[in-house]
Design a binder for this molecule. Structure first.
Ligand code: CA
Length: 421
């Protein structure tokens, strides 16, 4: 018999269980030493220095929670899924360990201020998470000390390549532990209530059918509630224009740093932590060394630089002098705003930014084209896609009028000039 079939979670159970008190899940219990070691690894501890919501705390001032606490929360939701009768019976102990690790580690590859950073430096957080798990890192060593293939099997869940669909669905699908935690947590931490839904009800109606996770028909209302919660959180919190303004300012700073390096600008600041990212030769260690505390230190240093654009943007960032915004009517308007800014001495590349946010509340297919439908199990044992069992979800899909929002962002100082254009 091979290791995967003979392995028992009992064999790695700690005599003294650890508990972590959490604002969302109350007590999160740690039963296994490997999980405890992973939590204490330097790669996981780094996530304390990466905020879950990037710049959103500039709008919802109390939303200062980190990716570290979110990761613990995802682990806890996975534990609750495993404890349901259907999953408990369907997975062996090795798969349960793999999926608990994957839930805990799924966000390791997030950089500082994730989305703005990824936009400029073309880092992909999922690919980086996989590298951290597979290459030289404490996390890799800890996983390998349990079983040589454990890093590979955990990475396969995060990459969606694992042969067991159930494990992938638990960590990443339209109804997964990641979203289940972040909706409740972000909602609680921002002080908004849109993200609340009935998680216990959803977990109770979870079933395994044809080797995948499905939900009983009696859970449809709880799922509708969850989908609307997500939709509303996007518009009210994640896509809040002020948070977008903050992200754009960040992105302009990163872009200016990159452009200055290309121009062989003479830096006062020692850019050691950023250089690997500029030259696209990033080792796992380089990546781990960069977190939001380093970036914040850089922004302070940038205020002493000779380059007026970088200096100005950094001062704006540190003192929350965010860009103002207005609804964008058409392309011509964008062109005239850019020309006007240029005339007034603002380089439009860094000072005039437009974006178009779209949110699709429910997808028939996943981002990578794979079937990603939430499936509903009827009493007669038949499976059907959620929209055919939910008038609310089907109405949203039929309307095809997915909300989209085009805005243009600019410095406050030219607000009056723009308004009379
Ligand atoms: Ca996450």
């Amino acid at each position: 018999m091979d290791f995967k079939n003979t392995f028992t979670l009992k064999s790695i159970e700690m005599k003294e269980k650890r508990v972590i008190r959490d604002a969302i899940h109350d007590y999160i219990q740690i039963d296994h030493l490997v999980i405890w070691h992973l939590i204490n690894s330097k790669e996981m501890q780094r996530l304390r220095r990466i905020k879950q919501l990037g710049g959103t705390y500039q709008v919802f001032q109390s939303a200062e929670h980190s990716r570290f606490v979110h990761s613990l929360g995802v682990y806890q939701v996975i534990r609750r899924m495993i404890a349901t009768e259907c999953v408990e019976k369907s997975l062996n102990d090795y798969d349960k360990l793999c999926v608990m690790c994957a839930g805990l580690l799924h966000d390791l590859g997030h950089g500082p201020f994730s989305h703005s950073f990824e936009g400029v430096f073309h880092e992909n957080h999922e690919a980086m998470t996989v590298r951290i798990i597979l290459e030289e890192s404490e996390v890799h060593q800890i996983l390998k000390s349990v079983y040589q293939d454990l890093p590979k099997d955990v990475a396969a869940i995060i990459q969606h390549t694992h042969s067991n669909q159930i494990l992938i669905q638990m960590v990443s699908s339209q109804l997964d532990a990641d979203r289940m935690d972040y909706l409740l947590r972000d909602s609680y931490m921002t002080g908004t209530t849109y993200g609340q839904y009935d998680m216990s009800r959803i977990l109770r109606t979870m079933r395994i059918c044809d080797h995948k996770i499905v939900f009983k028909e009696s859970g449809v209302q709880a799922i509708e509630n969850y989908i609307l919660a997500r939709y509303h959180m996007y518009w009210q919190v994640y896509y809040h224009p002020t948070a977008r303004s903050y992200e754009h300012l960040l992105q302009s700073i990163f872009l200016r740093v990159k452009d200055l390096c290309d121009m062989n600008y003479c830096w006062k600041t020692k850019l050691d932590y950023l250089l690997p990212f500029l030259y696209q030769k990033i080792s796992v260690q380089d990546f781990i060394d960069l977190d939001e505390s380093v970036i914040m230190y850089y922004f302070k240093e940038f205020t002493k630089e000779d380059d007026t654009i970088l200096k100005d943007l950094s001062i704006r960032f540190l003192n929350r002098k965010l860009f103002k915004y207005k609804q964008l009517k058409n392309q011509n308007e964008q062109t005239s705003i850019r020309q006007l800014a240029k005339k007034l001495g603002y380089n439009p590349k860094y000072y005039i930014i437009s974006d178009n946010q779209k949110q699709i509340p429910y997808l028939h297919y996943g981002e990578k084209g794979e079937l990603n439908e939430i499936e509903i199990l009827s009493n007669d044992g038949k499976l059907s896609p959620l929209p055919s069992k939910s008038e609310i979800v089907s109405a949203i899909l039929k309307s095809k009028q997915f909300k989209s929002d085009k805005k243009i962002f600019f410095p406050k100082e030219i607000k009056n000039e723009i308004s009379i254009l």
